[in-house]
Each structure stands twice: as structure tokens, then as C-alpha cells.
Design a protein around this ligand. Structure first.
Ligand SMILES: Cc1cc2nc3c(=O)[nH]c(=O)nc-3n(C[C@H](O)[C@H](O)[C@H](O)COP(=O)(O)OP(=O)(O)OC[C@H]3O[C@@H](n4cnc5c(N)ncnc54)[C@H](O)[C@@H]3O)c2cc1C
Length: 413
């Protein structure tokens, strides 16, 4: 009889709880904690500014996504005490645990960049689309924008869904073309990386897409501050990038309670063994999803691939057996490229995103690192898959570990 507590009922916490409910015995209790009862389908945030989704469509009850036999506690976590095996909530309640999983994700922190959250510009000229409030406010700002300098900007890596800002820039190109004012909008993609993406083959392909759409690329931009008076991004190297409209991804950090409990690194991400997902410091703590420090993308697909290993390893740990289920860093993500097409990236800790087909070579039907209509339909289908298969923890027709079948090795792409 064990008490398992999961902190966070987002993508990772929900699917993990549902999978564990099927694996653990009826005497083992599973409690999931979150601060409210609103589960957000975050990939939908990308489409709201362009009028292709709505705030109502992306939110459902958290309780409604959890299997029978999983207890949901609504409350904000303020601290974890690993010695006493206790979780404190803001309202004074305390939850005891035998095993703990941290699934508290990452959130944008605009206040970390001087000047960005200044009321002269925040949500009037400078927007994020990584929150529901931000993406909803941006819809009106885009509708009102009739020309000028648009910067699409990443403050610092890592961020969740690292391709989302790139998708935003490509969809913005589409959007302004649709409004027949593209010639009046100067779009620049500003990144701290040395190219459009982290890995060479993908970076080249994605950089090519930006060029095709006449989107400028400003690389190696380490932001020092935002000037709210004469609105501009100011880099540590002295570069000044003026804007009329800024769409930024603020610094992404782990949950504050992770930092306050001494369980995180500088950005509040939980150091874990990158294969077993067990905390490097506490054997009764695991972490999953965006909350970890593993060197792969922070994405819902990653949380899905990790879940199977966390379930296996937790069950083993609870039985006193060694942890033998090894996650390989597998990640895949669709890149919406506009004009009704999308690309697909598939990679892991050791292999960068390559060209080829996925998931069933030679037929695909999806194309890796190539734009296709099918990929776009795959991205749209993901929303239904998310609510109906992913969150309930049902198996997907996609291999859990990354496969090299169907991939074209780097250099031959
Ligand atoms: C614009 C955008 C587009 C995206 N597109 C894609 C995509 O196409 N494909 C893809 O795979 N992924 C995509 N993602 C990323 C994906 O949404 C996340 O990686 C995924 O949600 C991670 O799941 P998680 O459970 O780790 O974190 P979350 O789903 O964010 O859940 C964390 C939970 O912890 C809770 N929490 C945090 N702190 C506390 C506290 N103190 N007390 C109580 N509860 C707390 C939060 O309320 C939240 O519910 C996108 C994200 C964004 C923002």
C-alpha cells in the first residue's frame, strides 16, 4: 500500500496518473495536485492569434481528464520537504507521500527581462503567446496591426515547444498575405541560437523556409533588456532591434516551489537521470515533462514518450527492483509552416532531426523535415489525439523509442 502524489495535472501529470492507475493495485493511492481545474491544450495557443482557434476550444476540466480512482486536489504547491516526505499547499494543507512525481512544467517569466513587463508596452506592443491571456490579447493586436516592424523573438533557451515561435513567424507571413498587407510588414525572427533551430540539418531546412517567406533572421541575439520608451530589443553586444509589434517567448522557468524547495537548477528544472527520470538527489522523487532538465525538447510528445518509462521505473522502485526502463530522449514535433502545410521533426538524445519518412517506412505517410499537406493534417489531428488518446494514456500508433528506419543520414539529405 503506497501513497503516490503527482504535482501538476497538465499534459504529463494527467497521462501519468491515468497510466499508473491501470498499473498499480487498488490499495495504492494516486493524488494529483494542481492550482485550478482548467486543463489547457497549449498547442492551441499558436492558432488563437490568427483566428484559427478560440480560448473556449482549448480549455477543459482537469478532473474530467483523470481516471476513476485518481484523487484530484485543487491547490497551489508552495514547498516539498523530501526529508519529511511532505508537500505544502498555499492554503496551509499538507500532503504526505511515499513516492512523488514532479510534473509542474515550465512557464513564461517576462519579468526576468528588464523592461519587457513595463506597462508602457506589455500587452499593448509586446505580447507572448505562451499563455492563454497572451495569445488571446495578441489576436486583437494582430487584427489592429496594419504595417511596420514585427519581431518574433526567443529570449533564452530552453523554451517549451522550441519550434512554436518559428511556426508563429511562418503563420504571420500567411496571415498578412491573407490580409493583403504583407508588403507593409517587415518580419524578423530573432533568436539566441546561431540558426533557425538547434540542430544543423533542421536549422538549414527551417532557415530556408524563413528565407522563402522573406522573413529576416537575426541570430546569436542575447537580450540584455527591452527599451519600452523607443520600443526596441537591446542585446548585450549593443545591437538594437526596434519594433512596432513584439511577439516574444519570455524566459521559461520551472515552478517556483521547485526552486524554493532546493529541488531545481538555476532555471528551476529538476535534475534527473536522463534515462530513468529519477531525481538525481532523492530516490523517492521522479520528474516528467517540461519540469525536468533532460537535454531534449520540452514538448507534450516528449512527456508522452517519457510516461511509459516513468511508470515502469516507479513500479520497479516501489517493489525495490532496479530501474531498467530507459528513455532515449525521443521527441517529435510538427512545424506548421503556413499555406496549409507542415513539417515533422523526429529526434532523440543521440540523433538530430533528419529527413525521410515517418512512422512507417517507406510509405510514411508523414514527411520528415519536408513540407506537406499530410503533415498539416497530422498537426490538426493531434488535438483530437491529445484529448482522446494521449491524456487518457492509451497507446499511440507511434514507436516509443526513436527508430532510424526511413531516415536519411546527415550529409545525404
Ligand atoms: C504555444 C505552444 C505550442 C505548443 N505546441 C506543441 C506541439 O505542437 N506539440 C507538442 O508536443 N508540444 C507542444 N507544446 C508544449 C506542450 O504544451 C508542453 O510541453 C506540455 O504541456 C508539457 O506538459 P507538462 O505536464 O510537463 O507541463 P504543463 O502541461 O504545463 O503542466 C504543468 C502543470 O503544473 C501546474 N503547476 C505548476 N506549478 C504549480 C504549483 N505551484 N501548484 C500547483 N500546480 C502547479 C500547472 O498549473 C500545470 O497545469 C506547446 C506549448 C506551447 C506554449
Amino acid at each position: 500500500m503506497a501513497t503516490l502524489v503527482i504535482l501538476g495535472a497538465g499534459t504529463a501529470g494527467t497521462m501519468l496518473a491515468n497510466r499508473l492507475r491501470r498499473r498499480l493495485g487498488p490499495d495504492d493511492s494516486i493524488t494529483v495536485v494542481d492550482r485550478d481545474d482548467a486543463h489547457h491544450y497549449q498547442p492551441g495557443y499558436l492558432f488563437i492569434p490568427f483566428g484559427k482557434s478560440t480560448p473556449e476550444r482549448v480549455v477543459r476540466s482537469r478532473r474530467g481528464q483523470l481516471a476513476d480512482g485518481v484523487t484530484f486536489v485543487e491547490g497551489a504547491v508552495t514547498r516539498v520537504d523530501p526529508e519529511r516526505r511532505a508537500v505544502s499547499l498555499a492554503d496551509g494543507r499538507e500532503l504526505a507521500y511515499d513516492w512523488l512525481v514532479i510534473a509542474s512544467g515550465t512557464s513564461p517569466r517576462p519579468e526576468q527581462t528588464p523592461g519587457l513587463a513595463d506597462e508602457k508596452i506589455w500587452r499593448t506592443r509586446a505580447f507572448d503567446f505562451y499563455t492563454l491571456a497572451g495569445s488571446t490579447a495578441l489576436r486583437q493586436a494582430l487584427a489592429d496591426f496594419d504595417g511596420g516592424r514585427l519581431l518574433v523573438h526567443i529570449s533564452e533557451m530552453p523554451i517549451k515547444c522550441p519550434v512554436a515561435p518559428l511556426e508563429f513567424a511562418l503563420l504571420a507571413d500567411d496571415y498578412f498575405r491573407g490580409r493583403r498587407i504583407r508588403h507593409k510588414v517587415d518580419i524578423t525572427y530573432v533568436t539566441p541560437l546561431d540558426g533557425a533551430f538547434t540542430k544543423p540539418v533542421a536549422s538549414k531546412r527551417l532557415g530556408g523556409l524563413l528565407e522563402d517567406r522573406s522573413i529576416r533572421l537575426a541570430t546569436d541575439f542575447a537580450i540584455e533588456r527591452v527599451d519600452p520608451e523607443a520600443p526596441a530589443l537591446v542585446g548585450f553586444d549593443g545591437r538594437r532591434l526596434p519594433f512596432d509589434l513584439l511577439v516574444t517567448v519570455p524566459v521559461n522557468m520551472g515552478a517556483q516551489f521547485v526552486i524554493d524547495s532546493g529541488l531545481g537548477d538555476d532555471l528551476g528544472f529538476v535534475p534527473v537521470d536522463k534515462h530513468t527520470l529519477q531525481s538525481s538527489a532523492h530516490e523517492r522523487i521522479f520528474a516528467i515533462g517540461d519540469a525536468t532538465n533532460v537535454p531534449t525538447s520540452k514538448a507534450g510528445a516528449v512527456a508522452h514518450f517519457e510516461a511509459e518509462h516513468v511508470v515502469d521505473n516507479l513500479v520497479a522502485a516501489m517493489a525495490g527492483r532496479p530501474l531498467t526502463s530507459h528513455y532515449d530522449g525521443h521527441a517529435n514535433c510538427f512545424v506548421e509552416s503556413g499555406r496549409g502545410k507542415a513539417m515533422l521533426l523526429d529526434f532523440n538524445y543521440d540523433t538530430e532531426p533528419l529527413t525521410g519518412v515517418f512512422p512507417y517506412p517507406p510509405v510514411g505517410p508523414l514527411t520528415l523535415l519536408g513540407e506537406s499537406r499530410r503533415n498539416h493534417l497530422g498537426k490538426l489531428a493531434f488535438e483530437k489525439i491529445y484529448w482522446n488518446l494521449l491524456l487518457p494514456g492509451h497507446p499511440l500508433p507511434v514507436p516509443n523509442a526513436m527508430s532510424m528506419a526511413g531516415k536519411v543520414p546527415a550529409g545525404k539529405a
